[in-house]
Design a protein around this ligand. Structure first.
Ligand SMILES: NC(=O)c1ccc[n+]([C@@H]2O[C@H](COP(=O)([O-])OP(=O)(O)OC[C@H]3O[C@@H](n4cnc5c(N)ncnc54)[C@H](OP(=O)(O)O)[C@@H]3O)[C@@H](O)[C@H]2O)c1
Length: 338
């Protein structure tokens, strides 16, 4: 039985996903769930686990909560995160953040108390991410550009995603976050952003940003394009990392087809494709990277391990990856917001 306990704030979609991950984890458990409504917390804990709690303030005060997972709309995240850290809790905060300044307040507060801050990006916890990072020099040389497309068909205009008061960056924060994080993990640009070009669409009624197409250049000559939104009738999660000696491609870079929050395909293995030389598709190399468990389960496992380890450098690395990701979103948002 694990002794590392998560409390969850929020009872919506992604709270259920992480509650499910905790049910599968052998390193962490769900001890309590806070909702603004005790009835909703009770309903949630009937399906998953934990003690239902009314209000996040009561949850962060509990002795049986070691870490707080914040699964609320973006506008509410910082206040809860800072209060949780003040109460001595590690924090797993779902992406995106209001802006880099808000994120810094959270990461600084956690660092000052020796607590874990981690954003809840699942794909970085899939072994495929580390496998590609290790393979890059040998397989594709120096990465020079990264092109990603992440479209998730979504039309529920009553959802928080379409409410700029709750999710100010709309599809940029919801989807392009992963494109920006892919830049951080795989392109690994050195130096500051040197240029940004962007085209964005807004929902005519709600005002939410629904589609963002952008080009981001860095001082070292690395460049990345992304095409993201809710406005395509098809799920797209396409990725091409172009290096001096070849290319690495995936068609599921955010949510792997084998075992992730939208896919359960036991017969399919996560993989990436390596292309080099003048070849046709029959000559591309498929490299499978099986995972022992789902990437969202690995996320809570890795969080529990990091909290237990007391590894300050490990904590700083997660916070730095969050900082770099949000800073890319901020640069693109500055162009959208004008
Ligand atoms: N990492 C990922 O893969 C991933 C995937 C999806 C979403 N997300 C992110 O997670 C966040 C939540 O998304 P979602 O789809 O789960 O939204 P959701 O279904 O609307 O759930 C949000 C929950 O937060 C609670 N809440 C709402 N307003 C609140 C407030 N002002 N203060 C405190 N709690 C509040 C609500 O629970 P109660 O009514 O019970 O209080 C609500 O159910 C978004 O920022 C989104 O970008 C991340």
């Amino acid at each position: 039985m694990s002794s590392f306990n998560f409390g969850i704030v929020g009872t919506g979609f992604i709270a259920g996903v992480v509650a499910g991950a905790l049910a599968r984890s052998d390193k962490a458990t769900l001890s309590a769930v806070a909702s603004r409504s005790l009835d909703r917390a009770k309903e949630f804990t009937t399906e998953y686990a934990g003690t239902p709690v009314e209000g996040w303030q009561a949850l962060i005060a509990r002795d049986d909560v070691d870490a707080v997972y914040i699964a609320t709309p973006t506008v509410a995240k910082e206040e809860i995160a800072l209060a949780a850290v003040a109460a001595g809790k590690h924090i797993l905060v779902d992406k995106p953040f209001m802006d880099s300044a808000s994120l810094k307040r959270m990461t600084d507060a956690a660092a000052a108390k020796g607590l874990v801050f981690m954003d809840a990006t699942h794909f970085v916890h899939h072994p495929r991410t580390a496998a590609i990072q290790a393979a890059i020099p040998g397989k594709i040389g120096t990465p020079r550009s990264l092109h990603t497309r992440f479209y998730f068909p979504f039309e529920d205009r009553d959802n928080i995603r379409f409410d700029p008061k709750q999710e100010p960056a709309g599809a940029l924060g919801d989807l392009a976050w992963y494109s920006a994080r892919a830049m951080v993990e795989y392109l690994q640009p050195q130096g500051a952003i040197s240029q940004v070009s962007v085209v964005a669409d807004r929902d005519p009624d709600k005002g939410a940003v629904t589609r963002v197409v952008a080009l981001v250049g860095f001082e070292d000559g690395a460049v990345s394009s992304f095409d993201t939104g809710w406005t395509c009738g098809s799920l797209l999660m396409d990725f091409a990392l172009v290096g001096t000696a070849g290319v690495i491609e995936m068609d599921d870079f955010v949510l792997d087809v084998h075992d992730s929050l939208i896919f359960q395909n036991p017969d399919m293995v996560a993989r990436y494709v390596h292309r080099t030389g003048v070849t046709n598709r029959t000559e591309f190399t498929e490299i499978p990277v099986p995972a022992k468990t789902g990437q969202h389960v690995s996320m809570v496992d890795n969080f529990a391990d990091l909290a237990a380890s007391g590894d300050a450098a490990g904590r700083a690395a997660y916070a730095e990856a969050s900082r770099q990701t949000q800073s890319i979103l901020d640069a693109v948002w500055a162009k959208i917001a004008g």
